[in-house]
Design a protein around this ligand. Structure first.
Ligand code: CMC
Length: 428
């Protein structure tokens, strides 16, 4: 039997349809509520609002399940390459050998950016945060590829725009780091795989050729896969809503980068390491910071803890925690910050404040420890997240356009003044 929801308003009963997803999640369709009843729904922070129907990523926060296009994150992180996952997210299926080769070659051919990008880069002060630089450089791609401004072009042309985004983001990300270091930029080497190419562009110097380390490439590949999509999170929703006004893909991705930057979202990976460093420097008193996090009069939060959707555990955090140990072991690094992280996690998981609120370590709690081990400086961590999230943003944008979704435009409940007569300046 079709399910419905009945609501009573002004003494009358109304029925609202219930929509069921392929994993049996149910949603009340309220789209006619305003035209039929002159009512809107209020849900600050969209905590309980489904903004779209999507077939990209499935997430069950209660059971700790994450799947891209039906494939479990655990299997993808273990067995696939980042470009394979990017293909899966964007085109809906895992590529066969031929499809993956074509995709990879196509990307390799577009890794260079226009020389004028260097002039834009030179305009940024060296202390610019790389996320700000990256967002601006991605937006500047609209100037170099003006045809990309029109999201209604043929699917081949849109695909070209997509390929350029994936190909150029590592170059732009590495160059935003080079600006930070006031070092000359390094050009891509297309003989290398996606992750090695990026790492080499970050760390090579005119006087030093970075030697590819398979441990580092493998760890980066895994991290990028774990970050590749996460359904309607803050940055993906931003990308969709910006794109819904028919803004270009590059403009939408640039907006996604801005949304990701904040410490409650992707910026948490930087904030976690800064927090762990602070705890270490203040003598390693974990209990003091747990108390601070619980104190409602103190703005401090345990960074890397809690999640809007996961209420049992974050499956990405489980994989990353193991990877952090493996990478440190393989590289022979003893990072005291890992010990603090583990102590903090142990205390928090046994504390009723965190237990009753279902607060568990999220993907960002251990990712920064791996980035540090790979030699990535702290303010580049969120850039690494952006690099991983790119296929997700593209897939979300593409789905939204292909489904011809209407412009995103929430409503509000107005709580300001009622009509007031305008007073002349000397009457106020
Ligand atoms: N430390 C201390 N208390 C917390 C924390 C935390 N990290 N997170 C949530 N709480 C408390 C919060 O104070 C509230 O308590 P109460 O019910 O007494 O008012 C309760 O838990 C529910 O929190 P909320 O803020 O209403 O939950 P939310 O869904 O709006 O926020 C969050 C989710 C991720 C923004 C939040 O947990 C947080 O700020 N965490 C720290 C930042 C962080 O690690 N962000 C990365 C998220 S994962 C990467 C990504 O995909 O973006």
């Amino acid at each position: 039997m079709e399910k419905e929801v009945e609501i009573k308003f002004n003494g009358k009963m109304y029925t609202l349809p219930v929509i069921k997803g392929t994993e049996d999640e149910m949603a009340v369709d309220i789209s006619k509520l305003r035209s039929d009843l002159n009512l809107i729904t209020l849900d600050r922070g969209y905590k309980n609002t489904g903004s779209t129907l999507s077939s990209i990523t499935f997430l069950d926060g209660e059971k700790g399940i994450l799947r891209y296009r039906g494939y479990a994150i655990e299997e993808l992180a273990e067995k696939s390459s980042f470009l394979e996952v990017a293909y899966l997210l964007i085109y809906g299926e895992l590529p066969n050998k031929n499809e993956l080769d074509n995709f990879t070659n196509n990307i390799s051919e577009h890794t260079l950016v226009h020389e004028d990008v260097k002039s834009i880069l030179d305009g940024f002060p060296s202390n610019s945060h790389p996320m700000g630089v990256l967002g601006s450089l991605v937006s500047s791609l609209t100037a170099f590829y003006p045809k990309s401004l029109d999201p209604n072009r043929s699917s081949d042309e849109i695909n070209g725009t997509i390929i350029r985004a994936i190909a150029k983001l590592p170059t732009l990300a590495a160059w935003s780091f080079k600006n930070r270091m006031r070092q000359p930029v390094v050009y891509p080497d297309n003989r290398l795989d996606y992750c090695s190419n990026f790492i080499r562009m970050m760390f090579s110097l005119p006087t030093f050729e970075y030697k590819i380390n398979p441990v580092i490439t493998k760890a980066l590949n895994k991290l990028l896969i774990l970050h590749a999509d996460h359904e309607q999170n803050c940055s993906a929703s931003t990308v969709r809503i910006v794109g819904s006004s028919h803004a270009s893909l590059y403009a939408s991705i640039s907006a996604g980068i801005a949304a990701l930057w904040g410490p409650l979202h992707g910026g948490a990976n930087q904030a976690v390491i800064e927090m762990l460093e602070e705890i270490k420097q203040s003598g390693g008193d974990v209990d003091k910071y747990i108390s601070k996090a619980k104190d409602k009069s103190d703005p401090f939060r345990l960074m890397g803890f809690g999640h809007r959707v996961y209420k049992s555990f974050d499956p990405r955090a489980k994989i990353i925690k193991k990877a952090a140990h493996d990478v440190l072991d393989q590289l022979g690094i003893n990072d005291p910050v890992l010990d603090i992280a583990m102590r903090l996690e142990k205390v928090a998981l046994n504390d009723s404040y965190f237990k009753t609120r279902n607060l568990y370590p999220n993907v960002d709690f251990y990712s920064g420890i791996i980035y540090r081990a790979l030699g990535v400086p702290t303010d580049m961590f969120t850039v690494m997240f952006a690099l991983g999230r790119l296929p997700g943003w593209i897939a979300q944008w593409k789905e939204m356009r292909e489904n011809n979704e209407p412009i995103g435009r929430p409503r509000q409940v107005y709580t300001g003044k009622n009509y007031r007569k305008y007073l002349d300046i000397n009457q106020r």
